[in-house]
Design a protein around this ligand. Sequence first.
Ligand code: UT7
Length: 329
Amino acid sequence: MVKRHAYLKATGSYLPEKVLSNADFERMVETTDEWILTRTGIRERRIAAVGEEVSHMGRDAALKAIEKAGIDKSAIDLILVATSTPEYLVSNTASLIQNELGLTDIPAFDLQAACSGYIFGISMAKAYIESGTFNTILLVAPEKLSAITDYEDRGTSILFGDGAAAAILSSEPAGLMIGTTPIGSDGSQYGLLNIPAGGSKTPAGESTVRDKLHTIKMNGKELFKHAVRRMNSAAGACLKAEGITKEEIDWLVPHQANIRIIEAVAKYCDIPHEKVFKTVHKYGNTSASSVGIALDELLEAHPFNPGQKVLLAAFGAGLTWGATLLTQV
Ligand code: UT7
């Protein structure tokens, strides 16, 4: 029997209009544009408007991916959503996006792998497509990190932004063929980045609100080391399994958390900086949507020729990490 392959047929993204610049942060907390730029590479990020929810941003990114794929939305037979900022704990955001798109009956569910969500989503969609379970999958990664950010904490608030990415994954040979997609997790380090309250262990209450336990708490220094190590190992595993050399990679799209992390991964992968696609300066860290937004902008700016390859790598809370190799057909 001929093996079925999975293809990333088209991508889409959405960024809210409102810009939060480093100069804005200079007015909000004790920081400087120079500190933020040199320590993170971030100049500005986008922030959702009041009433602009993840289902809206996700819908708009999805509509662009559907249009670019040239399919009718009725062809979609599964919606997967990767987000750390679901609109509600229940119901899932995938169902809300299904509703926003005017689709019914098809399954729709969320996965939570923090900043690795887009690659975990690709891994899951690939398995579903290769097994013949589904043919056309809509993957959406919308994030509204502004809703879970403590804007009095200069150590975290400067990092995060809002945005959404989407992709149409298909069994039809078009776009980018999805190669080896190694993913991994290390739950022993879950405390390095989490939101302490609002889940079933510590439900919302007066004290959790007072103590700001509904916003991101992070050990940035430790995470930094894990991020570099795990993205390097995932990228290395991907190249090894594919049997290709670093020279054969046309583009690297790493998770856009910090320019210093991006540079460390590029150095390990031996990929020159002009082949590393970056959006961190203008959007900051948009968690699950980060790699997807960057991939969408890369494909818009530099349409691929057949055979060209892009390596994606991501890392996030959990801890979680993953990589995938995509080759233009
Ligand atoms: O999405 C995946 C998960 N996230 C990450 O991967 C994030 C990874 N970590 C990072 O990107 C970096 O660790 C940060 C950008 C968060 C921090 O950079 P750092 O070089 O690790 O700085 P630090 O946390 O060690 O802080 C150094 C100093 C501290 O002052 P003291 O204790 O040395 O006096 C901080 O209080 O910088 C201070 N600091 C700031 N100063 C000005 C922290 N944030 C700021 C700020 N402005 N915004």
